[in-house]
Every structure is written in structure tokens, then in C-alpha cells.
Design a protein around this ligand. Structure first.
Ligand code: NDP
Ligand code: OXD
Length: 314
């Protein structure tokens, strides 16, 4: 019951070591590039594997995606019909919440303006709105969104969420589906995006959406924080919105093209904070034990909680 590790551009050594450690050497692991018999592979732990690779494994039983987002994996039209399990892990969730909270506080506490003042050696105290005065609108209330919403609420932010289906457990206002989007946007000063990339969400962060955001907030204009996927956003529209004042600032971890090309005007825009798709990393130590535990459950015939719904695309 061998695992194949296939993650383009990642060093396989720490992953093989982590799988070895957590299975006490009982679960053989091969990586792409090593010699292996395709028929010996029963599980694959992958990140953006070469299209066609998984279809070439005749005895594959399940695919473990080494990230929370499965858009790149589902783009492989030859994927075999076996369960796809995506990463849901406290380690990754906490890292994402750290990044979201960091960006929310950065904009709340006017850090872009203070950084510009520092560069000019200018001592000027700006207005300091309270978190409770800021209406956060969180698009995507899944594993990551729920944790971010929880911590933002504890910091005092006035949080509402937008999702596809009803969220009976939510302890904040919930807006469901396209029909509710205008009302959700109209009460949003800080738009936090933790959506997956699907045919329904591609390009959703565009000029029309920005025009629907609240214009009467305490931040001097709406702020966009996107850690979902780059293809959710139309970057030309973000730049135009920042120029016209439709947006007052943005924090972006994900981009239409990654790595972000050196020629992109986003790099030097004074109102944009850029990080290179690092909001929440997958580490071997953080993930290998969970994958092995899932494989054990799968082999006992139990259903796995984080199976991807291929039709919904996430
Ligand atoms: P989940 O699948 O748990 O949650 C997705 C959420 O998005 C759900 O609330 C879902 O609604 C909502 N959603 C999906 N489609 C729509 C739609 N058409 N309209 C409204 N809401 C929609 O995902 P996670 O929280 O685990 O992860 C979210 C995304 O974060 C990943 O897909 C990935 O792209 C990104 N990510 C980015 C990382 C980074 O480092 N930048 C790291 C990890 C993840 P419902 O609840 O109704 O199903
Ligand atoms: C993920 C990512 O989906 O790293 O986990 O973006």
C-alpha cells in the first residue's frame, strides 16, 4: 500500500521523512523521479501533479491534495474516479487566520499611511477607528473562513459572511448566494476573501463588485483582502478601483499569474500589500500524520470528512 508523493517544485525529502516518522517506517513512500512500479501505488499525496500522472496509476484508491484548494488538481481532465481528500489541518487553519488578522489590523491601524509617513520622517497622528466600527464582509465561510471570522469577532470587528448554502451554526449575519450579494457588499467596509476557485467564483472580484461595497465606512473607503485564489480577482479592475477611490487599499496573497510577474504594476502600488502566496503553508510535519490517519480510516471502511465534491469544485 505505497504512497506516491508528487508535488512539483517541492523537495520530497522532508515529506518522505515525515511519512516515515509518522508511520514508524510501515508505509512505503515513493516520489516522482524515483523508480517505482505504477501498479504498486495505492495512494497519492499531491500538489499540482503533472496532468495524466494520476491516471497512469492503475491501483490508485485515493488522492490527498496537499493544500486546501483543489482547483489546480481538478483542472486535470484525466483524473481517475477515486476519492479526493483535501487538507484540513489546524496548523494550516491557524496560519491563515494569522495572515487575515494581520492584514485586517494593518488596515484598521492605518499602517500603509504610517509607512508612507515614516519614509518622509513625518510625525502625524491619524484618526483611530475602533474595530467594532468596521464592517468586515467575509466571502467563504468554510474551514478557514470560520476560524478567521471567529478571531476577527473576538477582536471586535463587526463580521458578516457570504456563502453558497445556509450556515445554521454561524453566530454572525449570513448572506447566501448571488441574490444576497448586493446586500452583503452594501454593509462591507473590509472585504475578506477565502473562497475557492470554481467556475462560479472565477473573476468575481471585479469592478462591478467593488462598486457595490459600502462607501460610508470609517476606513475612508473599502479595503480588499484576498487569500483565496488569484483568479478570483481581476487585477486591472483592482488597480482602476484604487485609482478611482472605489477601493482604499488591498492586501493580496494570490495573483492571476504566480509568481507575480516583475512587470506587474501591483508590485509598486502604494496602497497594495503583497505577499507571495504564503498566507497558509503546508508543512510535512503539520500534514503527514493527518494523511496517514485518514488512510488508516479509509482502510477501515470509514468515510473521510474532507472529501472534495467534484461537481461543486471544492
Ligand atoms: P472550504 O471548502 O472549507 O470553504 C469554502 C467556502 O466558500 C464555503 O463556505 C463555501 O460555501 C464558499 N463558497 C464556495 N463557492 C461559493 C459560491 N459560488 N458562492 C458563495 N460561497 C461559495 O475551503 P477552505 O476554507 O478550506 O479554503 C478556502 C480557500 O482558501 C481554498 O479553496 C484555497 O483556494 C484558499 N487557500 C489559500 C491559501 C493561501 O495560502 N493563500 C492556503 C489555503 C487555502 P458553503 O459553505 O455554502 O459550501
Ligand atoms: C492551498 C494553498 O490551497 O496553499 O492550501 O493555496
Amino acid at each position: 500500500m505505497t504512497i506516491l508523493f508528487a508535488a512539483e517544485g517541492w523537495d520530497p525529502a522532508p515529506w518522505i521523512q515525515a511519512f516515515g516518522k509518522h508511520s514508524e517506517g510501515r508505509r512505503p513512500v515513493k516520489s516522482v523521479g524515483q523508480d517505482f512500479d505504477p501498479a504498486s501505488i495505492h495512494y497519492a499525496a499531491v500538489w499540482k501533479p503533472r496532468p495524466g500522472l494520476l491516471a497512469s496509476l492503475p491501483n490508485l484508491r485515493a488522492i490527498f491534495n496537499l493544500g486546501a484548494g483543489v482547483d489546480a488538481l481538478l483542472a486535470d481532465t484525466t483524473l481517475p474516479d477515486v476519492p479526493i481528500i483535501r487538507i484540513v489541518n489546524p496548523d494550516l487553519t491557524v496560519r491563515m487566520t494569522e495572515w487575515i488578522v494581520l492584514q485586517a489590523l494593518f488596515h484598521l491601524r492605518q499602517m500603509p499611511a504610517y509607512q508612507a509617513q515614516q519614509a518622509r520622517r513625518e510625525w502625524r497622528q491619524l484618526a483611530q477607528p475602533a474595530a467594532r466600527e468596521v464592517r468586515v464582509g467575509l466571502m467563504g465561510y468554510g474551514v478557514l473562513g470560520r476560524d478567521s471570522a471567529d478571531v476577527l469577532q473576538r477582536l471586535g470587528f463587526n463580521v458578516a459572511v457570504w456563502a453558497r448554502r445556509p450556515q445554521p451554526e454561524a453566530d454572525c449575519p449570513v448572506f447566501i448566494g448571488k441574490d444576497a450579494l448586493p446586500a452583503f457588499l452594501a454593509r462591507t467596509d473590509m472585504l475578506v476573501v477565502l473562497l475557492p476557485l470554481t467556475p462560479d467564483t472565477r473573476g468575481i472580484l471585479d469592478r462591478r463588485l467593488f462598486a457595490g461595497l459600502a462607501r460610508d465606512g470609517v476606513l475612508g473607503g473599502p479595503v480588499l483582502i484576498n487569500a483565496g485564489r488569484g483568479l478570483l480577482q481581476v487585477e486591472a479592475d483592482i488597480l482602476a478601483a484604487l485609482e478611482s477611490g472605489l477601493l482604499a487599499g488591498a492586501s493580496l496573497d494570490v495573483f492571476e499569474t504566480e509568481p507575480l510577474p516583475v512587470t506587474s504594476p501591483l508590485w509598486t502600488h502604494p496602497k497594495i500589500v503583497i505577499t507571495p502566496h504564503v498566507a497558509a503553508d503546508s508543512t510535512p510535519e503539520g500534514l503527514a500524520g493527518g494523511i496517514l490517519a485518514d488512510i488508516a480510516r479509509f482502510e477501515r471502511g470509514e468515510t473521510l470528512p474532507n472529501e472534495v465534491d467534484r461537481r461543486a469544485g471544492y
